[in-house]
Design a binder for this molecule. Structure first.
Ligand SMILES: C[S@@+](CC[C@H](N)C(=O)[O-])C[C@H]1O[C@@H](n2cnc3c(N)ncnc32)[C@H](O)[C@@H]1O
Length: 210
């Protein structure tokens, strides 16, 4: 998607993807991942997800990367604090109590920004991207993550190519990430796509960087 698409969504507050509750898959399956105590968790395309608060409560440092400065600002504002942004190179950085949010294009971030990442949580990141960008995303993860780093990925499967959110079925997840990652399908459940009655399956994967 073009940057403008997302900036407009945030400006107009059309953020149906945002969840007020902590994601149940995250709570159920995060303990399946292997990481060091307190590992820094990368949350790509993080929006203002409250899941980052849950990860922080588990003792992690959190590194969220998000295109929209509105999202990064509002994440902290909704916790009752206004955190000033510091400009670093081409992006904005806000930090408070172990949560760092970078207002940046994930694909433009330099290597150093990924330093120390020990785990990844992807909810509505891969599925927010059109096909060619999904390939770039998987390549970027393979380039930037150290061997042994694991990712919890929540994907969606439904009929049709329209999006976002896009349907990314298991064969595509494997095609994108293997062999750089081993891919384990952990669980799935039927849900309903918002604003329509299309049957949608949410699928949770554990990815292990080889
Ligand atoms: C579907 S939303 C999901 C947000 C969050 N993961 C959640 O669960 O609420 C996708 C987010 O990715 C952001 N985004 C899109 N392209 C991006 C990029 N190239 N780099 C960083 N963020 C991006 C959008 O602004 C949007 O907030």
């Amino acid at each position: 998607m073009e940057h403008d698409f997302w900036h407009q969504r945030w400006q107009e507050n059309r953020i149906g993807f945002h969840q007020e509750a902590i994601n149940p898959w995250l709570q159920q399956y995060w303990s399946k991942l292997r990481f060091e105590t307190g590992a820094r968790v990368l949350v790509p395309l993080c929006g203002k997800s409250k899941d980052m608060l849950w990860l922080r409560e588990q003792g992690h440092e959190v590194l969220g990367v998000e295109l929209s400065d509105i999202a990064c600002r509002d994440f902290f504002h909704e916790q009752g604090v206004d955190v000033a942004a510091v400009t670093v190179d081409t992006y904005h950085r806000r930090e408070r109590d172990g949560i760092v949010l970078l207002t940046a294009d994930l694909f433009e971030l330099p290597w150093e920004a990924f330093r120390g990442v020990g785990a990844v949580y992807d909810r509505a990141a891969l599925i927010a991207l059109p096909p060619a960008m999904r390939r770039r995303y998987a390549e970027r993860m393979a380039q930037r993550l150290a061997p042994g780093v694991e990712m919890l990925l929540v994907s969606l499967e439904f009929g049709g190519d329209a999006g976002p959110p896009f349907s990314v079925p298991e064969n595509e997840v494997r095609e994108l990430f293997e062999p750089a990652f081993t891919v384990i399908r952990l669980a799935d459940a039927e849900t309903t796509k918002s604003q329509s009655d299309v049957a949608v399956r949410e699928v949770v994967y554990l990815l292990h960087r080889q």
